[in-house]
Design a binder for this molecule. Sequence first.
Ligand code: FE2
Ligand code: FE2
Length: 418
Amino acid sequence: MAENKKGHEPSDKAYKEIVRSLQEINDLSSVDAILEKVLLEARALTNADAGTIFLVEKDRLRFSYVQNETLFSAEKVSPEVYSNYTLPIDVKSIVGYSATTGETVDIPDAYALSESASFGFNKDFDVQNNYRTQSILAIPLKSYQQRIVGVLQLINSKNEDSAVVPFSSEHRDLLPVFTINATIAIERGVMTRELVLRMMKMAELRDPTETGAHVLRVGAYAAEIYHQWALNRGVNWKERRRSKDLIRIAAMLHDVGKVGISDLILKKPARLTDEEFLTMKWHTALGAGLFSNATSELDSLSLDIALNHHEKWDGTGYPGDVDIVNMDDNAMGKGRRGEEIPLAARIVALADVFDALVSRRSYKEPMAYEQALGIIRDESGSHFDPDVVKAFDEVFHVCKAIHARYTADTQLNEIPNE
Ligand SMILES: [Fe+2]
Ligand SMILES: [Fe+2]
């Protein structure tokens, strides 16, 4: 990065770069997409090989995003992104220290910590992955009100010759300018996620199988399946990032129409009669109706998914063409088929079925992941779009990590019933 005449102060070019990256971050809606982009930009500003973001969750720090240029390629999503762990907020770890004190921690070599440091360096990750962490910069993510929202940890800054070097004073000066604004975006993303989850909680009160965890999982599978589908199609990265961000949120809302279905049907312990099942099918159109005055791309994608997530590739699904404004129980159309079904709905159809198969329900044990994969492969071309099945197959290992990530988990107010 260019330095000005004074030697170490950040240049105008560096500030312009920060403004540009913040604009791109502000275009994103889902917290995952925001974290990914924040980490990418922070690494670019400091030429860091790797980085992790932790977010404060009650009295702990939750691991929330990771990138590592050496270990995982930037294009492909690695299952490590969905790792599930938290750390206490105390001075015994590097990120804990930063969150406790609100200070930036600058370590030239993680294996040569000063004797006086209250924290140690945990070598487990390096040992497991044959990685060598050297320089570390841990910066608290502070909101305008000085509340600590999380910690951004950058690892192994590199010089022009790709040799690992300590983070520079320029990096330390520059990053807070970026992180204060990035933190606002992260808080906005967290708020959006909570709003969606609250909306789904209303639907969930009706249908206890649609838990917060199920909703988060379906959103994440859909995002990763889309990402792989788009890579296979050669969709450019800008379009990919944008659509992946939107599909994650819209997919979470797939069953929002259940708010309009009676408890007598949703909670009926016995099999539904044909008539009850027909009523139940209307949750698709009811959900779509909530977005019928679509004012944004997110609204129209949510409409597509809510309406079409029970359609099948071979045309045997529902609801087909229906009037979502003047709904009439007798007027459910002939199922849509093939590419008449919007792509996002073809993806969510698979994600929703996969999750139902591998999750425990009051009436059934969870199915093994591989068995569920087999069923989905068998239904390629009948229930599911073959290209979506192919993409799912390719990110199956990530989907398993997602299922594990949002199962034994009680973060936010996310999973009230599990
Ligand atoms: Fe549904
Ligand atoms: Fe669902």
